[in-house]
Design a protein around this ligand. Structure first.
Ligand SMILES: [Zn+2]
Length: 323
């Protein structure tokens, strides 16, 4: 499993997780109680062998990128750190329009490493953070890993399916195994707490969840193409390109549909792609310096000036609205 690959005479290994590398950074020098907390974050690409039968779209893949971080802290900092991680998590998930989550608190199993008092403190810190944020949660009594308690956040998508994304996990094993220490106020060595945390989990899976959640109809700020210009006839194409340029200068992601299809087919095509705004251009729009706005909900807003459209789209983006 850990056989190296030979790349131009150098040994390369496939990286299954980020933790050991952050631990090496922590260990690279003597740490004082004043240095803590130390938070190391990374978009780390890792590889896991998944049998081909269980690979599934973006949600189960063999190579993926974790928004991974490790927090090393003192006992008196644990509660604050967990609270911050949960603040950050909820801010990010809610920004993406995900509001329906359930927290699972997994506690000490029969066989576990680490002092019971530390387990207790860590578990209570997790519980208090969940309660302080008003999250619904279930306790998985004894369901923690042997090395520490954790919170998992599962997200419900638009169809009510639950997806595991966020994990906040204590680890009493690795600090022991790697003999991690900091020098306390008393001049003696102490063992830091270590927390693994991933907010989105894997980028690939999170995008899979988002696509499912929105059924492809992303809010404007997330839509890969935010507006498409649709000329009624070829003679309106030049104007479409001019408007597209103005929209791009305003920071919008825009395409011009210059295909030979009929207008109705172009609108259908844009609707299938769930592009938020369709901007139809005919003689009247060219003459008036306008665009006729159709929404992907099939609502027709009629002709408005290009500036008015820019203001409308920018407002929807700033407010992270659907349209
Ligand atoms: Zn880790």
């Amino acid at each position: 499993m850990y056989a190296p690959m030979d790349v131009e005479g150098q040994e390369y290994f496939i990286k299954p997780m980020n933790c050991p590398f952050h631990i090496q950074i922590y260990r690279s020098r003597t740490r004082s109680y004043r240095d803590l907390p130390i938070r190391l974050a990374e978009w780390g690409t890792v590889y896991r062998y998944e049998r081909s039968g269980v690979l599934h779209g973006l949600t189960r893949v063999r190579g993926f990128t974790q928004d991974d971080a490790h927090i090393f802290c003192r006992p008196d900092q644990v509660e604050d750190e967990i609270g911050r991680v949960l603040d950050f998590t909820l801010h990010i998930l809610r920004s993406f329009g995900l509001t329906d989550f359930r927290a699972y608190l997994a506690t000490r199993p029969e066989k576990a490493v680490g002092e019971p008092a530390r387990w207790e403190q860590a578990t209570e810190a997790l519980r208090r953070a969940i309660e302080a944020h008003g999250l619904a949660y279930e306790v998985d009594e004894g369901g923690g890993a042997f090395y520490g308690p954790k919170i998992d956040l599962k997200i419900a998508d638009a169809l009510g399916r639950e997806w595991q994304c966020t994990t906040i996990q204590f680890d009493f094993n690795l600090p022991e195994r790697w003999d991690l220490a900091y020098v306390g106020e008393d001049g003696k060595e102490h063992r830091p707490y270590m927390v693994h945390r991933a907010l989105l989990g894997s980028m690939e899976r999170f995008f899979g969840v988002l696509i499912e959640h929105y059924g492809g109809a992303f809010p404007v700020w997330l839509a890969p193409v935010q507006a498409v210009l649709i000329p009624i006839a070829d003679r309106h194409l030049d104007y479409c390109y001019q408007v597209a340029e103005r929209l791009r200068e305003a920071g919008l992601r825009v395409e011009v549909n210059a295909s030979k299809e009929r207008m109705g087919a172009k609108i259908r095509d844009a609707q299938l792609q769930k592009i938020p705004y369709m901007l139809v251009v005919g003689d009247r729009e060219v003459k008036g310096g306008n665009v006729a706005v159709r929404l992907r909900t099939e609502e027709n807003l009629g002709a408005i000036s290009v500036d008015a459209f820019i203001a409308m789209a920018q407002e929807a983006i700033a407010e992270k609205r659907s349209l």
